[in-house]
Design a protein around this ligand. Sequence first.
Ligand code: ADP
Length: 162
Amino acid sequence: MKKIAICPGSFDPVTLGHVDIITRAAKMFDKVIVAVLVNPSKKPSFSINERIELLKEATADIERIEIVSFNGLLASYAKEKNAVAVVKGLRVVSDFEYEFQMALTNKKLNPELETIFLTTSARYMYLSSSMVKQVASFGGDISDFVPDCLYDKIYNRLKGDV
Ligand code: ADP
C-alpha cells in the first residue's frame, strides 16, 4: 500500500522553510498532500488560490505531491485520503506546545494517524510567513526567505502592506 503523508499549513505565503519540509517529506513517503488551510477567522494576505499557485510554482520539481485546499478536521481528512502521517516542521521551542496538543488531539480522533516532526534546517530556524510579511512590508530584502521564482510576486504584493 502506498504511504501517504499530509503537510498542513497556512502557507501565507510559502517560504523556503516550507519547501524544505515538503521536500524532505517527499523523500520519506510515496505521496505528499500539501493541505492549505482555509481559515475563515484569519484574514490572509494571499487568497487560497494564490497560496496554492505559489506553492505549485515553489514545488514544481518535487515529484509525487498534490496541493489542495483544506477545510475541516485534519484527522478526518487524513482518513478519507488514506494518509498514514501528518508531517510538520518544528522550529523553536515555542512551536512545541501547540504542536504537541494538536498531535495528541489528532491521535485521539484518528488513532491510525501518526504525527511526525521534522527538525527545521538550521538556516530556516527563525523563518515564518509572518516574518516574510513583516520584512517585505517595510521594503526589506526577502531573497533568503522565499523561492527565487516567487520573489517578485510575493514582494510586490506585500510591500507597503503595513
Ligand atoms: P507559518 O505561518 O508559521 O510559517 P504554516 O502554518 O504555514 O507556518 O506552516 C506549515 C508547516 O510548515 C508547519 O508544520 C510549520 O511548522 C512548518 N514550517 C513553517 N516554517 C518552517 C521553517 N522555517 N522550518 C521548519 N518548518 C517550518
